[in-house]
Design a protein around this ligand. Structure first.
Ligand SMILES: C[S@@+](CC[C@H](N)C(=O)[O-])C[C@H]1O[C@@H](n2cnc3c(N)ncnc32)[C@H](O)[C@@H]1O
Length: 447
C-alpha cells in the first residue's frame, strides 16, 4: 500500500480474510491454528449447542415435506461451513427421516480454506476416508448417508441442474464477505468562467451551490509515529496492543465503485440528498443471494420448469436498515481494531438483510423471501426449549446438564450481549404468492 496508495475496504477485507498469503481463513500462518472455540478467536452457534444444527436440519425436513417430498434430486449446500459442525448436526438429524435422506443426491460445501476443508472432511466422512481431486472440486463420501460430499471454493463452480432441489444454508458466512463503505460529501462546484462582454478576459460567474457526491472510504497506512490517541482508537479495542498499521479515510476523489454501487438501489439513492449519509454495500452478498435465488426459482439465464428448494441465511445485522460503521475485528474473543495485525484478526461486518432480499427477488421471479426474524423467535418456534429439555433430562443433574441449559439459553438470549436479538434468520423459498409461511417464520409444518 505504501507503493499502490490507499485501497478499497473490500480489497483490504479480501486480502486479510481469504488471500493465499496470510489470509485469516486461508493463509495457514501458524501450525495447528484454529479460529473457532475457546482457544481460538470466536465461537459460533453450532459450536455452542448441537441443538442449533439439529433444528436447522428439521427446518429443511419441514421444507422438503411442504414441497411434496421429492424422491430424488435433493442437494444440500452449505456456504462457509467452518469446522463442519452445523452440517454434521444437520446430517445426523436428517438421517432419522429415511425418505428425505434417500432423496439426497449430494452434499456440496463451499469453502475457501484448505485447512477447514480438511477439518470438514474428517468430521463428515471420517479421518481415514480418502479425498480425491477433480476439475470440479474435492470429493469424499458422507459417513451418515451414502452420498458424495463435494468441496468447492465458490458457489459459481456448483453444477446447475434445473431439475434439482437445492437446500442451501449459510450461517455466519455473509458477515465475512467484503464490504465497500461510502459517505455523502459536499463538493464545491467546479470554478466556471464566462467571457465578459466589456472585457475579453474571462470573469468568474455567479457562485453555484455545492453538489453532493458519494465518496468511498479507503484504507491507508497510518502515519509513522501514530499512537492510539492520535488515531482515536476506541479504548475497548486497544488492549495494550500496538497502534493499528492502517486506518480508514475518505477518498479525496471519486472512485470507480463510488460512481455505481450507491446508485444500484433506491434504498441508497434516497440518501444522496443528505450530506454525511453513510452506507455499507456488499456486492458479494448480492451475488450469492442472486445465485441462491436463481437455483431455487430459475432465472432468464437458467430457467427452471418448477421452482423448488430453499435457502436459510442466519447471521447478524439490522433487520431493515442499511449497515453503517459496522466493520469489526475479533481476536481471542476480544474486540480489536480491524486495522491491526492484518491476517491474524477476524474481520466481519453487519449483514444487510434487506439488500439480500432485494438481490434475490431481482434475480428470480420464482422466489419469495421471508424474514428476517430474530434468532430467538426462529429457534423458539422451531422447538429449541423442548429439544434442550430432552437433552437436559438425559444428562441428569450434573455439570453437563447445566452446560446444555446455559448453551441453548445463550442462543436465544435477547439482552444486548446475547445472540437472540442481534442474529436474524431469512429464508428464500419458491414463489407461492406468500400463501405458505415457512416454519420458524410464522408457519406450521406443511402449511
Ligand atoms: C465465521 S466462519 C462460520 C463457520 C460456520 N458456518 C459456523 O457457523 O461455525 C466463516 C466461514 O466462511 C468461510 N469463508 C469466508 N469467506 C469465504 C469466501 N469468500 N468464500 C468461501 N468461504 C469463505 C471461512 O473459511 C469459514 O469457513
Amino acid at each position: 500500500m505504501q507503493t499502490t496508495g490507499p485501497i478499497t475496504l473490500a480489497s483490504y477485507m479480501r486480502m486479510c480474510l481469504t488471500s493465499d498469503v496470510g489470509g485469516y481463513y486461508t493463509g495457514a500462518l501458524e501450525e495447528g491454528r484454529d479460529q473457532f472455540g475457546r482457544k481460538g478467536d470466536f465461537i459460533t452457534s453450532p459450536e455452542i449447542s448441537q441443538v442449533f444444527g439439529e433444528l436447522i436440519g428439521i427446518w429443511f425436513v419441514a421444507e422438503w415435506m411442504s414441497q411434496g417430498k421429492p424422491k430424488q434430486g435433493v442437494e444440500l449446500v452449505e456456504v462457509g461451513p467452518g469446522r463442519g459442525t452445523l452440517m454434521d448436526d444437520m446430517l445426523r438429524t436428517i438421517r432419522n427421516f429415511p425418505d428425505m435422506a434417500g432423496s439426497i443426491d449430494a452434499v456440496y460445501m463451499v469453502e475457501a480454506s484448505r485447512e477447514l476443508r480438511i477439518a470438514q472432511k474428517n468430521l463428515l466422512c471420517g479421518e481415514d476416508a480418502p479425498m480425491s481431486e477433480s476439475k470440479s472440486g474435492y470429493h469424499s463420501t458422507c459417513k451418515y448417508l451414502d452420498v458424495p460430499i463435494v468441496w468447492m471454493e465458490t458457489i459459481r463452480s456448483l453444477p446447475r441442474d434445473p431439475n434439482r432441489t437445492p437446500f442451501i444454508v449459510a450461517h455466519e458466512f455473509f458477515d465475512a464477505l467484503p464490504i465497500h463503505a461510502f459517505q455523502v460529501v459536499e463538493v464545491p462546484p467546479p470554478q466556471q468562467t464566462t467571457p465578459s462582454p466589456s472585457n475579453s478576459r474571462a470573469a468568474p460567474s455567479e457562485p453555484k451551490s455545492p453538489t453532493l457526491q458519494w465518496r468511498e472510504m479507503v484504507v491507508a497506512p497510518t502515519p509513522l509515529g501514530s499512537t492510539h490517541t492520535s488515531l482515536g482508537t476506541p479504548k475497548s479495542e486497544q488492549h495494550s496492543g500496538p497502534p493499528p498499521e492502517f486506518q480508514l479515510t475518505l477518498s479525496p476523489t471519486s472512485t470507480r465503485h463510488a460512481l455505481y454501487l450507491p446508485e444500484s438501489s433506491p434504498r441508497y439513492r434516497v440518501l444522496k440528498s443528505t450530506p454525511t449519509s453513510l452506507i455499507e454495500v456488499c456486492p458479494d452478498a448480492s451475488l450469492y443471494a442472486s445465485n441462491f435465488a436463481a437455483r431455487i426459482g430459475g432465472s432468464p439465464q437458467h430457467p427452471k420448469p418448477k421452482p423448488s428448494g430453499a435457502a436459510l441465511i442466519l447471521d447478524y445485522g439490522p433487520a431493515n436498515t442499511i449497515p453503517v460503521n459496522s466493520l469489526r475485528g475479533i481476536r481471542k474473543h476480544q474486540r480489536v481494531s480491524p486495522f491491526s495485525e492484518p491476517g491474524l484478526v477476524d474481520l466481519s461486518a453487519d449483514v444487510d438483510f434487506m439488500g439480500i432480499a432485494e438481490a434475490a427477488m431481482k434475480s428470480s421471479e420464482g422466489v419469495e423471501v421471508h424474514g428476517p426474524v430474530e434468532q430467538s423467535d426462529f429457534l423458539e418456534a422451531m422447538g429449541i426449549r423442548q429439544r434442550a429439555e430432552m437433552l437436559v433430562k438425559k444428562a441428569g443433574d450434573g455439570a453437563r446438564a447445566r452446560e446444555i441449559e446455559g448453551a441453548w439459553k445463550r442462543l436465544v438470549d435477547r439482552t444486548p450481549g446475547g445472540m437472540g436479538k442481534v442474529y436474524k434468520a431469512l429464508a428464500i423459498l419458491p414463489e407461492n404468492g406468500g400463501k405458505r409461511r415457512p416454519v420458524g417464520f410464522g408457519g406450521d409444518i406443511g402449511g
